[in-house]
Every structure is written in C-alpha cells, then in structure tokens.
Design a binder for this molecule. Structure first.
Ligand code: FES
Ligand code: FES
Length: 209
C-alpha cells in the first residue's frame, strides 16, 4: 500500500459516506426528521473492525489492538506508551509527530496504523536516552536547537533518516528534508546547523565539545 495523505483520506471517507447515507435517509422520513437529534460534532462512529498486530518499533516487537481508523500515532503513544513522539496539529501540517517507516519520514498522525504493520518503525526513543544521547541530540543541545522542544522529536527523527542516507548533506538538502517541519519557536537556523555539523561528527571530521 502506498503511504499518503490521500490514502488516509480515502480510508476515512468510506466511513464518512456510510454516515452521510444514514443521515439522508433519516432526514427524508418526515416522522423522524423532526425528532432526529443533532449529532455531536465530536461523535466518533463505532469501530468497523478490530485487529491485533505486531508493530516493530526501534527494533522491538510490540503487540497492539487497533481499529482500521486508528492512526499510527495513537498506537505508538496511546496504546504502547511511547510518548516521545508528539502530536501537535493532528492535521498533517507541522511534522511534530514524524516517525521513520522503513527509513522514510511519515506524519504518524496521518498514517493509519495498519499501513505500518510489517514495516520497521523508528521513533525518537530509538535515537538515544539521557545517558546515551545520539550525536544529533548532543549537537542540538550544544546549539540550543530547541526552545519549547515540542517540534524536536519530529525533526530529529527526519534528520536521522537523512543522515543515515547522506552524512554530508548541503544546507539546501537539509532544508528540503526538513521542509515538512514547523518550529513555532523559529529555531530553524540552529536546527539546520545541527544537522550539518552532526554530519561532520558522523564522518569523523569533528568532535563534540
Ligand atoms: S501532529 Fe502530525 S503533522 Fe502535526
Ligand atoms: S522549539 Fe518550540 S516548536 Fe520548535
């Protein structure tokens, strides 16, 4: 299956069509139309199906039950408790929720969980922890590439995906790779510098002070 926002919207549209059809039928019946309660805008339709699958995250296998409408972020953060991946806009716009799937960055808020089954998922927890930070995290700390830090797990994961493929990216390549990330604190200059200089560390051309 191809990962895209279009596929997500298509999948979500199947349930939306079903709901719309039901509402029209109700409205066209005179005796029901007057009494039909207004649906809450927050009402979530009943689950269509449930599945239990194994998700490979940062090299470990986790089992989770999910519904066909469940997003990958919901599985990672809510069901499995890997809360490092932030969800901010929930609209496929900001990049805070990014994870790698087979090495490619995806917005986990707009990737269905079922699309990631059988793939290798990488989240910020796979980068490092406070006792053993990844060079990207150490350089980011040195350059203060985070202010509120909300965008940080997302762009760090995307940058890791870039550096895994190319440890010597140009500034333009870094900007292009991170173009799907919004930093509301506008730490962009420090973020780009972090990725460039982490490449130097990974290539053995620089050390972190
Ligand atoms: S929370 Fe997913 S792109 Fe903003
Ligand atoms: S550091 Fe605050 S959003 Fe990026």
């Amino acid at each position: 299956m191809e990962y895209s926002r279009r596929n997500f919207i298509k999948a979500a549209g199947v349930s939306a069509v079903a709901v719309t059809t039901t509402v029209s039928a109700v409205v066209s019946g005179t005796e029901v139309a007057a009494a039909a309660p207004k649906p809450s805008p927050l009402a979530i339709p009943d689950a269509i199906t449930r599945e239990t699958s194994t998700f490979n995250i940062n090299g470990k296998n986790y089992q989770a039950e999910y519904e066909v409408r469940t997003t990958l972020w919901e599985v990672i953060a809510v069901k499995l408790g890997l809360t490092g991946t932030n969800r901010s806009c929930n609209r496929a716009s900001c990049g805070a929720c990014s994870v790698l799937i087979d090495g490619t960055p995806f917005y986990s808020c707009h990737t269905l969980a079922m699309e990631a089954v059988g793939k290798k998922i990488f989240t910020v927890e796979g980068l490092g922890d406070e006792k053993n930070l990844h060079p990207l995290q150490r350089v980011a700390h040195l350059y203060s590439a985070a202010e509120c830090g909300f965008c940080t797990p997302g762009w760090e994961v995307t940058a890791k995906g870039l550096l895994d493929k190319n440890t010597n990216p140009t500034v333009d390549q870094v900007k292009a790779a991170l173009s799907g990330h919004i930093c509301r604190c506008a730490a962009y200059a420090a973020i780009v510098r972090t990725v460039i200089d982490t490449g130097k560390v990974l290539r053995g051309e620089a050390e972190i002070a």
